[in-house]
Design a protein around this ligand. Structure first.
Ligand code: TMP
Length: 209
């Protein structure tokens, strides 16, 4: 049986990492094999591409170059790790996936249709079974990130960029109500964990897990 592919999305500082631990422990308690990975990254080649993408010295990177490198990292990750694990029946939890490219490159960088076209090849049509969008206002997210240390290349972008990304996520959630669950990231960790677990129980029931 194919496993489950669960992704977490949201602006920077939305608290994804804490919830990934929560999701991981939910499935491990059921005795299932859980693989936690991330984009960009997750395989040695994709992690090298991540370094290029996030390096704050790479200020001259063109928007199209950026989009293609995210897609290249994804193409490798999907084929080397995600698909083989899903085929083995594992639960794959991924910190960011295609929705990030739609939010950041289509909306943030205003690249239009080319993002979806290129990523059709990168993902080979793979879509998450369930996506949690950790909804946080970009200004509040930035304040959280600033407490964690230095900004990476994307975090250094102007305020308008982050608001376009935010609008992108809103549209993605509106267009995919079955798959994308909006989580209010201003709620307490306990409240968020409970809400997420409810959705996980629902999908497990549907899939007989
Ligand atoms: P993070 O994994 O630490 O959140 O950093 C990844 C950054 O890259 C984040 O600012 C979002 C951005 N990103 C894109 O712009 N497009 C993508 O396709 C992905 C996966 C991430």
């Amino acid at each position: 049986m194919r496993g489950l592919f669960i992704t977490l999305e949201g602006g920077d500082g939305a608290g994804k990492s804490t919830q990934i631990k929560n999701i991981k422990s939910f499935f491990e308690k059921k005795g299932l094999v859980v693989v936690h990975t991330r984009e960009p990254g997750g395989t040695p080649i994709s992690e090298k591409l991540r370094d290029i993408l996030l390096d704050s010295n790479n200020r001259e990177m063109e928007a199209v170059t950026e989009m293609l490198i995210y897609a290249a990292a994804r193409a490798q990750h999907v084929r080397e790790l995600v698909m083989p694990q899903l085929e083995k029946g594992s639960i794959v939890i991924c910190d960011r996936f295609l929705d990030s490219s739609i939010a950041y490159q289509t909306y943030g960088r205003k690249l239009g249709d080319m993002v979806e076209i290129v990523n059709g090849y990168a993902t080979d049509g793979l879509t998450p079974d369930l996506t949690f969008w950790m909804d946080i206002d970009p200004d509040a997210g930035k304040e959280r990130v600033s407490k964690m240390g230095d900004f990476d290349r994307l975090e250094m972008e102007e305020r308008d960029f982050h608001y376009r990304v935010y609008d992108g996520y809103k549209k993605i959630a509106e267009n995919n109500p079955e798959r994308v669950k909006r989580i209010d990231a201003t709620h307490s960790v306990e409240e968020i964990s409970e809400e997420i677990v409810n959705y996980l129980e629902e999908i497990c029931e549907k899939r007989g897990l």
